[in-house]
Design a protein around this ligand. Sequence first.
Ligand code: SF4
Length: 353
Amino acid sequence: MKPSDIGPTAHRIRERAKTLDRRVRLMEVCGTHTHAIGRGGLRSLLPENVELVSGPGCPVCVTAQRDIERMILLADLPVTVCTFGDMIRVPGLHSTLEQRRSAGADVRVVYSPLNALTLAMDNPDRDVAFLSVGFETTTPGVAAVLLQARALELKNFSVYTANKLVVPAMEAVLAGGSLLDGFLTPGHVSVILGIEAYENLAQQYRIPCVAAGFDPLDVIEAVAQLLDCLVENRCGSFVQYTRAVRPGGNARAREVMFSVFEPCDAEWRGLGTIPGSGLGLRAGFEAFDAAKRYALPEVDAPDPPGCRCGEVLKGYIQAPQCPLFGKVCTPRHPLGPCMVSSEGACAARYKYG
Ligand code: SF4
């Protein structure tokens, strides 16, 4: 799609919305889509009866408070903790990883799990743990690193796993009663899964899903495709992001991922425990499990008082409907992860309005 196509596409959306003559709620599952929507000012192009709501696709945002607390406990041990950047500012009950770093903990921001593995290889006298938080997009890379660590018989490398699967969360949102008319599914996850992965869900709930790229032009085109489906009464899994997504996805990446990880029950912020929605290490990789290696205790950690991230992540409310939004909770002083993360719905609405 070219920038000059945006006018005709917006016109197509308005015409379809008129035909439907009812309120239409579409969920962008992924936080990167949320930011593309803000960056492109796409809400201003939509008719009043078409609403975009955020979903549970920002990995930092959906990480349970219990996992955040355990990561902070890990940082207080004589271990070098490696993490992607957003995680260090997520508030725990009493501290953040960033604050622990200021107090002397060795917390480092890395750009890839391979950076953490290299650090462990270069420093055999130092224990290194990688905080593995992410969906099917990043988990194959973590799996590849763990296969390498096992082949090298590294004794000083481990991973704290909080990896999650997208489709069970989409199903939990629908089963929980969110009234949605369609999903914009994440382009990068769909590169790995393929569009067939959403087909059962689409048929079971009679809902269209469109895998979208991350440019605002991609997103507006995908919204138009969803409205086409609704007007024509079609459900199923479709793709807008044809330059990257293949129907069967990336089988090799899935093979690597599932050779190291297996589905397990996982706790999500806002969604509770969803059966089979997480990825735990398979037998044979226990030695690399940071939670076991350092005997991290189970902790009971409530969400920050007043924070409504859970409702934002289920599409129940828009971020500005949280009473704390922009007042006590801002990107400089975030109360919840949705205001911290570069993929967070609250951060997107604060930045773009
Ligand atoms: S505005 Fe802040 S407190 Fe409110 S839901 Fe978002 S992150 Fe939580």
